[in-house]
Design a binder for this molecule. Structure first.
Ligand code: ADP
Length: 582
């Protein structure tokens, strides 16, 4: 199956964004460019002085003051060095500033991504964008952009100087222009796609490896090692092919460009010599122009070698900006919920076209009700739970809170209404307190403790060396999966939405503790609507109503007692579970 990848920005978007970034700090930009221009002008003096010296010697002028000229040259070289130092400082500072803004933009965009998109695209692509692409772009902004600017400014001044020395002396150097132009165009036409392919192949490889590592036990249990090996080999081969392609481009381009540098110097000297013999120019002009053209190699080389880096950076930027092109999965409207009842009407949903996993679900959950969803695995409980929490929009039908479809609520508002807790949680690197405050940054310690108590986690947090200040997450104190689940639930208590969807949210906690936890949670959540997807039937037993989901439909709905009395599927389920759970 072709993986849906996150979009990539087009050239126009990248250009517009780069321009906006550059012009955001006009004063810093003018300062940096001005300093580089001054440095370039200072560098132009030496060839002119040397040209004069050659002329004097040729003329046989008696008192050639080599020492004075040498001293002057030394002075200008020092002045140029000092100017370059400040120029580099100014442009680096500007680069860092721009980079920081770019990173912030990107983080904002990633955090704003619709969850359904992130799940569809897989984490590999996002990981590659946040690591490799951000790195590539930092290199570009730190080095390539300032170096290119310096090269352009310096080059422009040198060309100007050659023209000033004698317009005809600028002609011989032009011989190299078609070669450099042609081969660089050839390269640029291919490079962007090549680098995009390279990064995409790398993303696939990362994705595959991350999957293998995450699912190592499953792979071992099912004996899938060979298949994973093959997938890794295939990904590596594709990545290698993509790298080879861009390497191939560079192998044509670099040597051609190197030749292109030498030609102007040689031609200026030779053709300039002919001009001199013809008497069109004097020695000062030939010497100075040749030295200038020689000087031009440096900025030209920088420019062209950074053009390559700019391509890499441009491709990365296209991928970073592309994240902003992800279409919104919600269409916020102006209507505000007129109540807290959650209703699903005629809900159908498909992960893949033509394969509905929910076949017209109607459900009304009143405010404050506790509803348990049970049923065989694969029946569609989690899917329904995600729709009820507004993560996905139904294909047809509607899920609404207080009469307003969830997909028409801005995401911040939605989270204040309905929240979902699944079995997957993440403990962030930071203190226990920081992990909980994500849900409500302004909460006081007392609230945090209350939330921990509600999920039966107060005791073990108190027992930690530094209590709420203990570092957890990668590199910190290890917390068990069950404790991580408790922290996720405590976050939910802090966030305090009026409706909660719990998808096997206590599955990792041992059964006895889980029942205790669910009861203390219920006490804290009194008055809140709770929809719990459960595989332990006592959750259903404790709930106000039970919905049995089978094959994408709600086949039974009623209180535990009613359903047991009805003798249908739930009664059978309860009978077998009750029998074995004892
Ligand atoms: P339950 O929670 O009852 O076990 P799910 O809602 O997880 O059921 O799954 C319902 C159906 O949807 C199953 O057939 C499952 O294979 C399919 N499904 C679930 N998640 C996805 C997904 N991300 N992509 C494609 N199919 C999915």
């Amino acid at each position: 199956m072709a993986r849906e990848i996150l979009p990539v920005a087009d050239r126009a978007q990248v250009r517009a964004y780069a321009r906006r970034l550059m012009l955001q700090h006009p004063r810093e930009l003018v300062l940096a460019l001005g300093l580089h221009a001054l440095a370039a002008v200072t560098g132009l003096v030496t060839p002119r002085l040397l040209g004069g010296l050659v002329q004097d010697v040729a003329n046989g002028t008696g008192d050639v003051r080599v020492d004075v000229v040498a001293l002057a040259i030394a002075g200008f070289v020092i002045a140029q060095a000092v100017l370059i130092r400040f120029a580099v400082f100014a442009s680096s500072r500007l680069g860092e500033k721009v980079l920081a803004e770019l990173r912030e933009d990107f983080v904002d965009q990633v955090l704003g991504l619709p969850l359904s998109t992130v799940e569809g695209a897989g984490s590999g692509d996002l990981i590659t964008r946040t690591s490799r692409d951000v790195d590539a772009l930092s290199r570009t902004v730190r080095h390539a952009v300032p170096e290119t600017l310096i090269a352009v400014v310096t080059g422009a001044f040198i060309v100007g100087a050659v023209v000033l020395v004698g317009p005809v002396m600028a002609l011989p150097a032009l011989i190299a222009v078609p070669l450099l132009w042609g081969v660089t165009r050839w390269y640029l036409n291919r490079a962007r796609d090549g680098y995009l392919r390279e990064n995409a192949a790398y993303a696939d490889m990362t994705e595959g490896l991350a999957e293998t590592v995450d699912g190592a036990r499953t792979i071992e249990a099912l004996g899938l090692q060979r298949r994973r090996h093959e997938r890794a080999d295939r990904d590596i081969a594709r990545s290698l092919a993509a790298e080879r392609y861009t390497l191939g481009l560079r192998m044509v381009w670099f040597p051609a460009v190197e030749v292109g540098y030498v030609i102007p110097v040689v031609s200026t000297l030779l053709i300039g010599g002919l001009f001199y013999i013809e008497g069109w120019v004097d020695l000062v002009q030939v010497t100075t122009a040749t030295l200038y053209v020689q000087q031009l190699i440096d900025p030209l080389d920088r420019l062209l070698s950074w053009v390559d880096e700019l391509q890499v950076g441009g491709a990365s930027m296209a991928r970073l900006l592309g994240v902003a092109n992800v279409p919104e999965d919600r269409t916020p409207g102006a209507a505000r919920p007129g109540g807290k009842d959650l209703t699903a009407t005629g809900v159908r949903y498909a992960y893949r076209e033509d394969r509905d996993v929910l076949h017209g679900v109607d459900l009304e959950v009143r405010q404050g009700e506790r509803l348990a969803m049970v049923g065989p695995s694969g029946a569609g409980k989690s899917t329904l739970g995600r729709l009820l929490a507004g993560i996905h929009a139904p294909r047809t039908g509607a899920v609404a809170v207080g009469g307003v479809p969830l997909v028409e609520l801005p995401i911040d508002e939605l989270r204040g209404e309905v929240a979902l807790v699944t079995q997957e949680h993440h403990v962030f690197r930071g203190t226990v307190r920081e992990n909980l405050l994500i849900a409500r940054p302004e909460a006081a310690d007392a609230d945090v403790w209350r939330a921990l108590a509600a999920v039966a986690a107060r005791e073990w947090v108190e027992a930690l060396d530094e209590g709420l200040d203990t570092l957890v997450g990668s590199g910190g104190q290890t917390v068990s999966p069950a404790q991580a689940q408790q922290l996720a639930l405590a976050r939910l208590v802090l966030a305090d939405p009026h409706t909660l969807v719990l998808d096997e949210a206590t599955s990792l906690i041992d059964p006895r503790a889980a029942r205790h936890l669910e009861r203390s949670l219920a006490a804290v959540l009194a008055g809140r609507t709770v929809i719990a997807i459960a595989h332990r039937l006592y959750t259903a037993h404790d709930a106000d109503r039970v919905a049995v989901v089978e094959d994408g439909r709600i086949t039974e709905l009623g209180s535990h007692d009613e359903l047991v009395a009805a003798g249908g599927p739930y009664a059978a389920l309860w009978e077998s579970w009750h029998g074995t759970a004892k």
